[in-house]
Design a binder for this molecule. Structure first.
Ligand SMILES: [Zn+2]
Length: 409
């Protein structure tokens, strides 16, 4: 064969050589993603009327999601958490207290069941911009039934083809995102403290179904985080290899959805979103009829491809999260100051399971010290009685956090 023939042969074979690197099963499976099933799920979620976090129907909504996942053969559970004295709307004087229900489902990995890849989306909604109706009439079709429906479709495809991941693929549907990322924050904290799980990455989807002009190119936002280079590259490559979407990488608004909770706890995260923001989001007109289902299905295909490759292959597999130090994360927030009988506060950390605290006076004398858990009243909530302290200035010290306390008797 002369040189010329070899070059011709290489040119002919080039597309096959490139395609050979792609995963043939994934190409086959993702063809089953069905815009009609997705639309049906969006409509069923919309038919709850409202998925506002403190709506009484939240038990039903979470059970509906759990049942859907169980029907697809996933081990699903409701993971509840308590929200206490939560004023919402802000400054309204309306105090909400009650249980919230995350829905969590695992498809156990055959070889590395203790390594997790998480695909998550919030299921709560509100019509914040319609001040009178946002409790009762918040269909939340794009925000965020679109993503929940896409993830349910992923669950369906895993069952249909009996896909057995090598690492555990976890689906999480979060409660109370709209009121401050509560569900995802609880999910990652429980994963971190209770189970010490190795989360290799988290894929968040929030608002993925709106596109006004059907003829314009299909672009998708890949919203990324500065700790997640490998995951961002992997998501971008997967978009180019397995979809016809044009990836648009950005860090814009990356703190406004559940992937932020994972990022805050040192986990790698990536966030998919429609490239044109829904103009009627957070209103009672965020309806299924405003969505572009062929477009939504393309983003669902992308989410499926990422979830599939991350859980069944080594295309994306950061070896160990502990290779990189997890950023230290502290929050110490007093409920009130000055105080009289009790210091009430919220404390969140990812460094120790049960740190000690000290209360010292102005000359540095320790007045009270103990393990923090002694005074725990709820998840991340503490109350330290200070009946023996006289009026004056004190300091509450926990790990490297310090707060000045004014005691007035
Ligand atoms: Zn949202």
């Amino acid at each position: 064969m002369n040189k010329y023939k070899i070059i011709v042969l290489l040119i002919i074979l080039f597309p096959y050589v490139v395609l050979a690197q792609l995963n043939p099963e994934l190409i086959q499976y993702k063809q089953d993603i069905n815009p009609d099933t997705i639309k049906q799920s969006v409509e069923q979620l919309q038919n709850f009327g409202s998925r506002y976090a403190f709506n009484p129907n939240r038990v039903e909504v979470s059970n509906y999601l759990k049942n859907r996942l169980e029907q697809y053969g996933w081990e699903a559970k409701i993971d509840s958490f308590y929200m206490e004295n939560f004023e919402y709307p802000y400054f309204s004087g309306i105090i909400n207290t009650g249980w919230q229900y995350n829905v969590v489902a695992d498809k156990r990995g055959r070889y590395a069941p203790d390594t997790f890849f998480v695909v998550g989306a919030h299921y709560d909604s509100y019509a914040y911009f319609d001040s009178l109706t946002y409790f009762h009439n918040s269909p939340g079709a794009d925000d965020n039934a679109s993503s929940v429906a896409a993830i349910l479709e992923i669950a369906r495809i895993f069952q249909k083809h009996n896909i057995q991941p090598t690492k555990t693929l976890r689906i999480e549907f979060y409660a109370a995102e709209e009121l401050g990322l509560h569900g995802s924050s609880i999910a990652i904290q429980r994963s971190h403290y209770k189970f010490n799980e190795h989360i290799s990455g988290m894929l968040n989807c929030d608002m993925i179904g709106y596109k006004s002009d059907p003829l314009s190119p299909d672009t998708v936002k890949l919203i990324y985080y500065d700790n997640s280079q490998e995951l961002t590259d992997f998501a971008e490559q997967t978009t180019l290899n397995y979809t016809t979407l044009i990836p648009n990488k950005t860090t814009e608004l990356n703190q406004y959805s559940d992937s932020w909770s994972y990022y805050s706890w040192g986990r790698r995260a990536i966030f998919l979103q429609e490239s044109e923001f829904h103009p009627l989001y957070h209103t009672s007109n965020d309806l299924s009829t405003t969505l572009n289902y062929p477009y939504l299905s393309k983003i669902a295909e992308l989410a499926f491809s990422i979830a599939y490759l991350a859980s069944t292959t080594n295309t994306y597999y950061p070896i160990s999260i502990s290779e990189k130090p997890i950023p230290t994360h502290f929050v110490l927030k007093l409920n009130a100051n000055p105080v009289k009988d009790n210091i009430k506060f919220t404390y969140i950390t990812n460094t120790h399971e049960d740190p000690s605290f000290q209360i010292i006076n102005q000359i540095g004398k320790i007045e009270i010290t103990s393990k923090l858990s002694t005074y725990q009243t709820n998840f991340n909530k503490y109350q330290i009685p200070i009946h023996n302290l006289k009026s004056g200035i004190y300091y509450l010290i926990i790990e490297n956090q310090i707060e000045k306390i004014v005691v007035i008797k």
